[in-house]
Design a protein around this ligand. Structure first.
Ligand code: ADP
Ligand code: MG
Length: 343
């Protein structure tokens, strides 16, 4: 069942198109992430789903019903904004209880649900704390509790971890993901951080310049990028021109390689994507490609080496370090040679 669906959604601001023909569906209980560089239209897409923005063209469906013109407060969708937007003059309890009080829910029920939410976000006993006595991470959790207490069917989160430092962000990524599975609510999450998207999502929607570039699971997006934009945005890649000779046989760097891709026309110009960690260093005699190490950078878990071959500079990530000037052989197994249509 699709809980939310966008059909041919286009958005213009003052005649400038910022979203173009967005088609997207989101399943119940899914953790879906909109990923892309700043300005690509992530927030605008989220605001359209939340009802804060109307599309110029196209429709928004919720459980199959057209809600394009339904105001935000009548949608079963809640939002956690980039800035948490907590009420600074209210304590934690009143911040979380706010929406329930407006709905005139009985006091006992409110108290029970606020407690439940505090347990969910691991902040039991924080009822009477003031907002400015909380750390960034704690404020973030209160913002999530405040959104979830209304029992929305869908929660929209716009770069909610952006303001946190790296360590806390990593902890919160795991915590948020676990929380989502526990409460069984659909999350639509926005980030420009590819690692965050890969860690948390069931489905990633990669966007660039107002268009969807690719939709898939983290593994799909990482292993089978559809175009050079996706390949370069998600992790690092070697992208080299090639020719498809037949199914499972590709030529690049003047040599033929076995690959696992098929369905391209004979002689078709394509691009080959190889991840830096998928190139294995071997002896010169055993290499299907040869080159000379041009630079070495220590990156903590691996070394990053640039290896110059006659027609291409290869980036390699390896735990084995070869000094600058060494001639080495390189091999790549067929399943790590990814073929993309040339655009
Ligand atoms: P992202 O969240 O991916 O960084 P946004 O959705 O915020 O991108 O913005 C996409 C584009 O739309 C940007 O070029 C931005 O300047 C423009 N934009 C967003 N909101 C408005 C607005 N209210 N008026 C005019 N332009 C806007
Ligand atoms: Mg944004």
């Amino acid at each position: 069942m699709h809980i939310v669906e966008l059909k041919n959604v286009t958005k213009e601001f003052n005649g400038v198109t910022v979203l173009e023909d967005i088609n997207l569906y989101i399943r119940e209980n899914e953790f879906l992430t909109l990923l892309g560089p700043s300005g690509c239209g992530k927030t605008t897409t989220l605001r359209i789903i939340g009802g804060f923005e109307e599309p110029t063209k196209g429709t928004v469906l919720f459980e199959g019903k057209d809600i394009t013109e339904v105001p935000p407060y009548e949608r079963q969708i809640n939002t956690v904004f980039q800035k948490y937007a907590l009420f600074p003059h209210l304590d934690v309890y009143d911040n979380i209880a706010f929406g329930l009080k407006i709905k005139k829910i009985p006091k006992d029920e409110i108290s029970k649900r606020v407690k439940e939410m505090l347990r969910l976000v691991n902040l039991q006993g924080f009822e009477n704390r003031t907002i400015d006595s909380l750390s960034g991470g704690q404020q973030q959790r209160i913002a999530i509790a405040r959104a979830l207490v209304n029992e929305p069917k869908v929660l929209l989160l716009d770069e909610p971890l952006g303001a946190l430092d790296l360590k806390l962000r990593k902890d919160m990524q795991i915590e948020l993901k676990n929380m989502q599975k526990r409460v069984g609510i659909t999350f639509i999450y926005v980030t420009h951080d590819q690692e965050e998207a890969l860690t948390m999502s069931d489905t990633i929607v990669v966007m660039d310049k107002g268009r969807i570039q690719q939709i898939g699971t983290p593994v799909d997006i990482y292993n089978e990028p559809k175009n050079a934009f996706v390949a370069e945005f998600i992790g690092e890649s070697n992208i080299i021109d090639g020719i498809m000779h037949e199914d499972f046989l590709v030529e690049f760097s003047g040599k033929n390689f076995k690959c696992v891709d098929k369905g391209f026309s004979k002689g078709e110009d394509i691009e080959v994507v190889i991840r830096p960690e998928d190139i294995e260093i071997v002896s010169v005699e055993n290499g299907s490609l040869n080159g000379v190490v041009d630079s070495v950078t220590f990156k903590g878990v691996h070394y990053e080496m640039i290896v110059k071959s006659s027609d291409f500079d290869w980036m390699i990530h390896s735990t084995i370090m070869k000094p600058v000037g060494t001639e080495i052989g390189m091999t790549v197994s067929p399943e790590n040679i990814h073929i993309m249509k040339k655009v």
